[in-house]
Design a protein around this ligand. Structure first.
Ligand code: KG4
Ligand code: ZN
Length: 367
């Protein structure tokens, strides 16, 4: 495929993701016009390994990545009907995340790159989430990104590949973490987000008046820990909680976070419109929590009021996966980015420290 890919000026990128509890590998093809195509996508979630602990245990996660990554890569190659020699570059998440897991994926990518004599592209996991809507929906720069995952809750202006400005962040828990803690408190199991969403379906959102922290303040930051405490107090007061109590608490919690997230995004859209008066605003939602339908509908209403467009990638590409890493690798590769085998895995790696890549107005460097 590589010769063909190259004759059509396309690049085939292998992406590896191991920064949390998904072991994932994928192949993505990017053409010279910037369009991408998913060639294969293999994800193994470690739900069973972590379920009894109610959250991700870093050492267990790293060990499972070691056990599975080779097989996951082999499957991605097989399902994509590709040979290792077909690959143009190997991209791997190099942070931020659980450092043991990041090391497993990044080291494998380095070894493959060295053995196959192919370029290595080190990927920031948050950038991988941030660029996914360019693959799924062809979104152009600049756009506004609401990144809501297990480790992050951020509003970010995306100006280009590597070119980010963080407008707001959480001052305590991440939104996905708040979902997971609520689920744990109510004994709903792990991962918590989908369980809370499911339980909320039959609940009465008005029964509990949960707080909306920071909502009255003139800033784009989030805070979820006060809400988490309110949920805990409500559950403790009712203990033992019935199924109806659980449904009502989940519905109240979900209504509160939906309102917070929609209001903040609305403020950010005002700011975007003031900054780019001639550009129709696009709000992109990425990260695992983007799979939540209640939050998506609250955002849909907020975005409609601004005459803006909401883009939410399909759920399987919102939660962690190899496609997003391969795609971020493809975008960087096309702009000439290459990383050395000395690239150091990062436990912390804020998006706005990356810096723009290549000449994004021109053709970019040729692969
Ligand atoms: O992006 P992701 O897969 O991993 C991180 O990089 O963190 O996000 C995982 C987070 C978890 O906290 C999970 O509970 C949450 O996303 N999540 C959801 C839903 N599906 C996953 N939260 C709310 N509703 C959902 N349907
Ligand atoms: Zn993620």
């Amino acid at each position: 495929m590589s010769e063909q890919a190259q004759s059509r000026n396309e690049s085939l990128i292998l992406g590896l993701e191991t920064s949390c509890d998904e072991t994932a590998a994928a192949l993505v093809l990017r053409d010279s016009a910037g369009r991408g195509q998913i060639v294969s996508n293999v994800v193994r979630s470690q739900f069973d390994e972590h379920a009894e602990f109610g959250g991700v245990v870093p050492e267990i996660a790293a060990r499972a990545h070691v056990q599975w990554l080779d097989r996951i890569i082999a499957r991605a190659m097989r399902e994509g009907d590709a040979r290792l020699s077909d690959i143009d570059a190997i991209a791997a998440t190099a942070g931020p995340g659980l450092i043991g897991g990041v090391l497993v994926g990044l080291t494998s990518a380095k070894a493959m790159a060295a053995a196959l004599d192919k370029p290595l592209i080190a990927i920031n996991h948050l950038e991988a989430h941030a660029l996914t809507p360019r693959l799924t929906d062809g979104v152009d720069f600049p756009y506004l990104l609401l990144l809501v995952s297990g480790g992050h809750s951020q509003l970010v202006l995306v100006r280009g590949v590597g070119d980010y400005e963080r407008w707001g962040t959480t001052i305590d828990d991440a939104l996905g973490e708040a979902f997971d803690k609520t689920a744990k408190l109510l004994d709903l199991g792990y991962p918590g987000g989908p369980k809370v969403e499911e339980a909320a379906r039959t609940g009465d959102a008005k029964r509990f008046a949960f707080p909306r922290p920071l909502l009255k303040q003139d800033r784009l930051d989030f805070s979820f820990s006060g809400l988490k405490t309110a949920v805990r107090l409500a559950a403790e007061e009712l203990a033992p909680v019935s199924d109806t109590d659980i449904a009502d608490i989940c519905a109240g919690f979900q209504a509160a976070v939906s309102e917070i997230v929609a209001a903040r995004s609305s403020d950010a859209l005002d700011r975007f419109a003031a900054l780019y008066p001639g550009i129709a605003p696009v709000l992109v939602v990425a990260g695992g929590v983007a799979a939540n339908k209640a939050i998506a509908s609250a955002l849909e209403r907020a975005v409609a009021r601004h005459g803006a467009k909401l883009v939410v990638p399909p759920p399987a590409l919102c939660t962690d996966n190899g496609v997003m890493v391969a795609w971020a690798g493809a975008e960087r590769f096309a702009l000439g980015a290459r990383d050395g085998s000395d690239f150091v895995a990062q436990a912390r790696w804020p998006l706005d420290t990356l810096g723009p890549v290549g000449d994004q107005n021109g053709e970019g460097a040729k692969p």
